[in-house]
Ligand binder design. Sequence first.
Ligand code: BG6
Length: 488
Amino acid sequence: MAKEQASIITIFGGSGDLARRKLYPSLYQLYHRGVLKQHFAVIGTARRPWTNDYYHQIIAESLQDEPNTDAESVRDFASHFYYQSHDVTDSDHYVTLKNLSSKLDEEYGAEGNRLFYMAMAPRFFGTIASHIKSEDLFSKTGYNRLIIEKPFGRDYATAKELNDSIRAAFDEDQIYRIDHYLGKEMVQGLLALRFTNPLLTPIWNKDYIANVQITLAESVGVEERAGYYETAGALRDMVQNHIMQLIAYVAMEQPESFTPEHVHAAKNKLFSHLPVLSAEQAAKDWVRGQYAAGNGQPAYCDEDKVDAGSQIETYVAGKVELDDPRWVGVPFYVRTGKRLPRKTTQITINFKSMGQNIFDTVGCAEARTNRLTVYVEPEQGYTLTLNGKTLGANYELEQHDLDFRQQQADIDAAPEAYERLIRDALSGDQTNFTRWTEQKYTWQYIDAIRQAWDAGASLTKYAAGSNGPAAADELLARDGFEWAEQFK
Ligand code: BG6
């Protein structure tokens, strides 16, 4: 049985897209599973002057395609929601929020717990945090926690500024920085795979692994988010956060235990081994592209709200080399892009060859290398590729796949990333959130690439629906490798 969590949850950006697409459905599933029951209320705030009734309609609409819903449950769930029109710069409005929180706390028995959720344009995060402090919205009897959405800055300097502004109001152990990839089943499953299998653990290093590949491919374009994307691009949008976090889970040492302290210590240590890239190295090891028209899809530059001469990248591929003794000489090739042939998130571990072929005496060609592929989404599971003998009189080798895939029905029934992360925040578990130091290291690494690009490295075009720029293949070919996933 799920443990019920009592809380007053205040969502800044309550009328926004993220709240409707992710937060309300996730909160509903937590309600369905009994994590939220009677002792909770949600205050949605935004500029628009909505009534509570209208807000309840919005909540119901956001749940239209959700599983586990029925009219009565949706009505009861929505009755816990209160709308408060809010100007983030107006101190008086925070006093109103404070009073409403106290009133609702008494009414619902929320045990003095406060969860603040920043789900609006990041330029307001600092202002909101400082008002929460100055108008003293903190509860004195329960917890005070802050969930903060990405983007967490757009380079190291702005990330630090943002961090300083929220740290002026909240302690590090009260801050839950979301990276929704950390809430994904197979990302968490990666740790189980690595740290529970004696078959894998001893060979997870430079002596046995030739290279690691991480692919986050999307078939969608920029959709209606061009306003934000034009200020970000794929490097900031996907590499600084999601890809870097995946690298950490693939490469970090085994944490002493599965607690926030030990997991973050292991990640931190790993990130401290991200090298400082010279401009030359960054330009050599990182390629970028932008989708042009193709396969009936428009070019990025022709999308709504995109500058016709935009130099923003919608594709990135790069080589990360960690200066960690465990990984010296092992390239981590990463790539992500929009308008690629299909959506797939996968991690491939390519093992080294045996270096010896005892079967050459019977005319047998050298064995191919072993490979472990972790499918994060949409498929979830893994494949271990081994060598075996073909059936027959001759001694010939072939590759055999040991496959495991989760069933779609089980995937559908499992909590979605946001649901899992909000539940973690409600129960005070910071394991699957990012710490400031992780942001610091990853931004410093990313900044060097950005600067090299800004100094003139070229942006190539790729046709929408194609595999991306050829330069991404050359990046591996140079080292004698190729991408395991060819989007055939
Ligand atoms: C977000 C990015 O963080 O992740 C989006 O801002 C991207 O641009 C999305 O589409 C991908 O997430 P997922 O869970 O669909 O792989």
